[in-house]
Design a protein. Sequence first.
Length: 263
Amino acid sequence: MDTTLEQDLNALRAMAPLVHNITNYVVMNYSANALLSIGASPVMAHAIEEVEEMAGIAGALVINIGTLSAPWVQAMKLAMKKAADLGKPIVLDPVGAGATGYRNTVLSELLETAAPTVIRGNASEILALAGLGGQTKGVDSTASSMSSLDAAHSLSERLGCVVSVSGAIDVIVQNDRVAYVENGHPLMTKVTGMGCSASAIAGAFCAVQPDSFQAAVSAAAAMGVCGQLAFSKATAPGSFQIAFLDALAELAPEKLVELARIR
């Protein structure tokens, strides 16, 4: 696993994959900068007129439902269908799943359109998406990642995808494969867009690592390690978000291997 972490990060930087994001407008700038910092190439395109073409040239598609509107939902469906037809990896971030009926309906429609490669969300979102009653506080989790393990397994089996649950311990599930990533820092929860950036970075790793389970593990480890490195330089939210981007850019593959805590 450690060697693969190094190989994945090196591959990401060598290939600089284009990651097509249809994401929420709260985090577009930060997610794009996170992708650039780690070595990928972001594009934030949500116009119905171009999403299919963009999905066709991208290495991966990331769908984030944070700020919904009907035209964006239509664009998400078009892009997901095109990416699925072309065999491109799709990362779905079900932001705020369970918070409103509309949000749940949209998620059902997206899952009917195409099966994602990776679903990455917090515990409450995963519980809600699995139909096990997760409760959210807006877009924040009210459950721990470990409490969503059964829900993650259920989703993985039903949809044939990887499920990555963020939390104090990140849990990544695919069928009988389970990994726990014990990196990160609590201050990451005080900066908007961290989870969304984690999904974008998962898309970048999926674009270069054909084993989507390993790609999700590498992405979670890189996020967590960079959170720890950022806190060593900045201990308040404003400076932390800048330090985190710097940590992504400065992350050496050997440092990722050294600090990653995966079991």
